[in-house]
Design a protein around this ligand. Structure first.
Ligand code: NDP
Length: 444
């Protein structure tokens, strides 16, 4: 059996009940197969893949907190410090009832390659909790965040592990966690990114993932002789990534027709009204049912369905495995040109394959949404320098990073004979740098 197949089998056996983690490992190892096969003997001797797929450290802890009625609740907290070969662990904290160790491991594993692709010195990690922020008061959110940080603070630090936001963790949660870290450790340092602007946050971090997604989409299309201006797009999600993806798409002259949340979706033939979306989601923290009040011409539907709307570009920006084979068939039948992932692993394996086989340009999340973590790394640089850069300065660095990233993955794909296969390109380009660093640092 080949070394790659052996490791995929081992991961499934050793990590039962973690299908998302198996999926992420399989996707990466399958696409770096050409590199592994060419060096199989050496890599096997060094147990390189075993070291790659086993986190350096995984921490699981109890998070007790008290609600507004005085009742105590207990959630589970996680931090997976996956790989520090090229820099301190870096990756977000997800707060969502679906969180479990398998989800955090899948995200942490993906993060290794994504962070490497940014060209910045950051290793891979991820964390979170099964806590559900929905419907909680500010005090309850604070109670949870403080308790979470009381434990997490033992394992993180500005030069060790620098968490950030993710689903359910926005500026409010980062603020409460940062305050608690400072109180416990008595040190004001860039231990978290996504901070408020008054205490070390970076301009353009809020916008970075969505904007970066559009910068790479624009470059992909340009590279294939297509102008993004005048194109239509379908977007899923209505959170941080989706909102700023829609905003930048409109700035670039494309028209976004849809968005969604966990209960339903909106079709707006005149183009999504970003100001209304921000009011509903960022300020009122309400459901998308409210959207029709702002735009009477729009339609609201329960459930999922954005991929049935005909458009040139599809940008899944909600959560993992939200675009399946049936959705992929609809996109192809409707003549979609490109699918670029704003979320992490939103497209199932079968859907990805179908899109690629049918000539749709497909850019995986680890490349397409890397603008968020790249700008987090820029926030770390500003914190180390004790300086703040202007919005324009950060945004132009972000643009440069995404354009370079696109060409790096395109080149890597072509070098190994997989022109325009950006999954292979992203995995190989991300892996090569990590591999080099792991080899140089010995068996650790
Ligand atoms: P948010 O919490 O801000 O928004 C998530 C959106 O997706 C919300 O609209 C939410 O609906 C919807 N959603 C969440 N879970 C589900 C589900 N199970 N089914 C259907 N809809 C769901 O998160 P972000 O925008 O920050 O993150 C979105 C994705 O992007 C995630 O995969 C994340 O890992 C990835 N990502 C985020 C980065 C960032 O900088 N924020 C960086 C890189 C990747 P509702 O409004 O009802 O909660």
């Amino acid at each position: 059996m080949s070394y790659v197949d052996e490791i995929i089998e081992q991961v499934i056996t050793k990590n039962p009940g973690e299908p998302e983690f198996h999926q992420a490992v399989r996707e990466v190892l399958e696409s770096i197969r050409p590199v592994i096969d060419a060096n199989e003997e050496k890599f096997r001797r060094d147990a390189l893949l075993e070291r790659l797929v086993n986190p350096e450290r995984q921490i699981k802890f109890r998070v007790p907190w008290i609600d507004d009625n005085g009742s105590v609740h207990v959630n589970t907290g996680y931090r997976v410090q996956f790989n520090s070969a090229i820099g301190p662990y870096k990756g977000g904290l997800r707060l969502h009832p679906s969180v479990n160790i398998g989800i955090i491991k899948f995200l942490g594993f993906e993060q290794i390659f994504k962070n490497s692709l940014t060209g910045l010195p950051i290793g891979g990690g991820k964390g979170g909790s099964d806590f559900d922020p929905k419907g909680k008061s500010d005090r309850e959110i604070m109670s949870f965040c403080q308790s979470f940080m009381l434990e997490l603070s033992k394992y993180i630090g500005a030069d060790t592990d620098v968490p950030a936001g993710d689903i359910g963790t926005g500026a409010r949660e980062i603020g409460y966690m940062f305050g608690m870290y400072k109180r416990i450790r008595n040190v004001f340092e860039g231990v978290l990114t996504g901070k408020g602007l008054s205490f070390g946050g970076s301009l353009a971090r809020t916008e970075a993932t969505g904007y970066g997604l559009l910068y790479i989409t624009e470059e992909l299309l340009k590279d294939h002789g297509i102008d993004i201006k005048g194109k239509t797009a379908v977007v899923s999600g209505a959170g941080n990534v989706a909102i700023y993806a829609i905003e930048k798409a409109h700035q670039l002259g494309a028209k976004v027709l849809t968005c969604s949340d966990s209960t339903g979706w909106v079709y707006d033939p005149d183009g999504i009204d970003v100001a209304a979306l921000k009011q509903i989601k960022e300020i009122d923290r309400a459901r998308l049912t409210e959207y029709k009040k702002y735009r009477p011409n729009s339609e609201y539907h329960e459930g999922r369905g954005v991929w049935q709307i005909k458009a040139d570009i599809a940008l899944p920006c909600a959560t993992q495995n939200e675009l399946d084979i049936e959705d992929a068939k609809l996109l192809v039948a409707n003549g979609a040109i490109a699918v670029c992932e704003g979320a992490n692993m939103p497209t199932t394996e079968a859907a990805t394959k179908y899109l690629q086989e049918n000539g749709v340009y497909f850019v995986p999340g680890k490349a397409a949404n890397a603008g968020g973590v790249a700008t987090s790394a820029l926030e770390m640089s500003q914190n180390s320098e004790r300086l703040s850069w202007s919005f324009g300065e950060v945004d132009s660095k972000l643009n440069g990073i995404m354009v370079n990233l696109y060409h790096n993955i395109a080149k890597a794909a072509e070098k190994y004979g997989y022109k325009d296969n950006f999954v292979v390109g992203a995995n190989i380009a991300g892996f090569e740098k990590v591999l080099d660093a792991m080899n140089a640092q010995g068996i650790v």
